[in-house]
Design a protein around this ligand. Structure first.
Ligand SMILES: Cc1ncc(COP(=O)(O)O)c(C=O)c1O
Length: 479
């Protein structure tokens, strides 16, 4: 096992023994236990009844009897590989997170925000024409449903987590929030949540991504965020954001956009995103009286995938399939397929699979879906890979572009290029499935932000570009 120990402070490396600090589980577990008993003894109803059409007692966050946030270890993965200066802040965050999991006021406020601000629940849409497209010559094939996270306010699943964490930041008495974004979706979601909750907001973004996702930069600025340009892409922006937070631990809150980073970040983001799978279970039950057979999601760092999968992890009859970005091809060296090609190491505070060279240095990731360009992956997904509970495959840039175009034409839906990777895998998956198999694809975001990239790629392939496309592209220079 390779064990390259990148710390959150660029340039500094820590030996595993000296930087692996124990989590204060005693405090965390004690508070969970006592709060659990309070909840059961007082019978506080799940606030999610506010957003339920049926009388199911579904809670927005963790269900006390079933779920444990744990100590942040997923087998050999996860942990808290950070300098000591961060431990107090992370422990405070962990304690507060344990509290809000069972806090009726927080749950009610979150339920209201999810319903009235974000627009949940998102539909489970039957993609009839896509289903027909994948039928074989006997007219048989799976039924394809899209979980429409693209219909969320700000256009992606990222807001589910951003709003929850911004509320936490407020409870912790922080004045400002700092975050990093690649595709811009997490940046826009965080900026919106901060505007709503009156928090100052700074978003770090790589110069390459700012050019590709210029419309998101405009939105973040309009929402009142300060957008700071970093040389490089998402991984560089993340390092800068963490560095900025370390300089302002008393007043600032670092808001991770995915299930990565030191404990409790992966568990916390997963819990805020788990509303996707909870809704899916209920919607499937209402629609066909059972569970989905297959869940399919793209994987950048893993938040939309775990958000959908987590509810079904104990349902062994539900196949969980994650799709990574193969970029220009797995053998090209230009991809973001961490689970397919990575080795175990430590990056941004946790142990997981990682794209690294023989000396343990990070290999720059590539994908046409900017939000998939991260050299690591959430530790819980690494665990699901090693245990075999989930399957992982890949889709190339070209396959994702084809899937984007197909969904536009067949369903009138623009999927984000990130989500298009999951859709692309239907080409390989559908012919292998029995007739009537129920497949749910997480349509994690909307693809308007990617239209210019798709047109440009078309132009590169076709040579000439139509004049109106040219006009459109020229008006999209980075602000
Ligand atoms: C629409 C969309 N889907 C997926 C992702 C990948 O992130 P994750 O794997 O955390 O869901 C991103 C990241 O920015 C995104 O914007």
């Amino acid at each position: 096992m390779a064990c390259n120990l990148h710390s959150v402070l660029p340039g500094r490396k820590f030996a595993a023994t000296s930087c692996q600090l124990m989590v204060n589980t005693k405090m965390g577990n004690a508070s969970v236990a006592s709060l659990n008993s309070t909840v059961t003894s007082t019978g506080i109803p799940g606030p999610s009844t506010l957003i339920m059409r049926k009388s199911l007692t579904e809670r927005i966050l963790l269900e006390p009897a079933e779920r444990k946030v744990g100590n942040g270890k997923f087998g050999r993965f996860g942990g808290k590989y950070v300098p000591e200066t961060l431990i107090t802040s992370l422990n405070m965050l962990e304690a507060e997170f344990h509290l809000v999991l069972h806090d009726a006021d927080f749950q009610a406020e979150l339920a209201t925000a999810l319903r009235d601000y974000i627009g949940r629940e998102t539909p489970l849409y039957f993609a009839r024409r896509l289903t027909d497209h994948y039928k074989n010559n006997r007219g048989e094939g799976p039924e394809i449903y899209l979980k429409r996270e693209d219909l969320n306010h700000t256009g992606a699943h990222k807001i589910n987590n951003a709003i929850g964490q911004a509320m936490l930041a407020k409870r912790l008495g922080r004045r400002s929030v700092v975050a990093a974004t690649g595709a811009g979706q997490h940046g826009v979601a965080t900026a919106a949540a901060c505007a709503k909750l009156s928090l100052e907001c700074t978003i770090f973004m790589g110069n390459i991504d700012m050019e590709k996702q210029s419309s998101s930069v405009l939105l973040m600025k309009l929402l009142g965020a300060q957008v700071k340009c970093v040389d490089g892409n998402f991984k560089d922006a993340t390092s800068e954001a963490i560095r900025d937070w370390i300089g302002n631990l008393e007043t600032s809150y670092y808001l991770p956009g995915s299930v990565v980073g030191p404990h409790p970040c992966p568990s916390m983001v997963r819990e805020f995103q788990s509303v996707i799978g909870k809704e899916t279970r209920r919607q499937a039950m209402e629609r066909w009286g059972g569970k989905p057979d297959v869940l399919l999601a793209c994987i950048g760092s893993g938040s939309n995938a775990l958000g959908l999968f987590y509810e079904f992890i104990r349902d062994d009859d539900v196949r969980l399939i994650g799709i990574e970005a193969a970029g220009s091809g797995l053998e090209s060296g230009r991809h973001s397929a961490t689970l397919a090609k990575g080795e175990v190491g430590v990056y941004h505070g946790a142990m997981s699979y990682l794209l690294q060279d023989e000396e343990g240095q990070i290999i720059g990731p590539h994908s046409i879906g900017v939000g998939l360009e991260y050299p690591g992956v959430g530790p819980e997904l690494s665990f699901l890979k090693d245990t075999g509970r989930a399957e992982f495959h890949t889709a190339t840039d070209q396959e994702a572009l084809d899937a984007y175009a197909l969904l536009c034409r067949l369903e009138g839906i623009f999927p984000a290029l990130e989500a298009s990777h999951a859709l692309a895998y239907l080409e390989k998956l559908c012919p292998t499935l029995p007739n009537g198999t129920k497949v749910v694809v997480n349509c994690s975001g909307r693809g308007d932000k990617d239209a210019a990239t798709v047109f440009k790629r078309k132009q590169d392939i076709n040579g000439a570009m139509h004049a109106s496309f040219s006009l459109l592209l020229n008006s999209c220079k980075p602000p």
